[in-house]
Design a protein. Structure first.
Length: 94
């Protein structure tokens, strides 16, 4: 981090969504600055809810989205023994 005249300290902020106070830590402030983001105005919980809502609107699946169950678990027997992407046809039916 660059030497600057301003020493960062943990800051208490009131969330603009749920109106609860939260701590914006020095580590978070450094990350936001490094990434070029404006300082946050939302708590961690409200940021996660907002990201999930934005992802849902755009049709992007998030990590919490259900996983498709098309292929058998990785313990299945492959017919051809080759690596790479697995297709349903690569597995023996039991």
């Amino acid at each position: 981090m660059e030497d600057s005249q301003t020493q960062l300290t943990d800051t208490t902020i009131n969330c603009i969504d749920c109106h609860t106070d939260f701590i914006f830590t020095v580590k978070e402030q450094e990350f936001f600055a490094e990434m070029g983001f404006k300082p946050t105005r939302r708590c961690v919980s409200c940021r996660a809810k907002r990201r999930a809502g934005l992802a849902e609107q755009s049709g992007v699946q998030t990590a919490s989205a259900p996983v498709r169950e098309e292929l058998p678990p990785t313990g299945g027997k492959k017919k051809n023994g080759r690596g790479g992407r697995r297709n349903q046809s690569d597995y023996d039916e039991d």
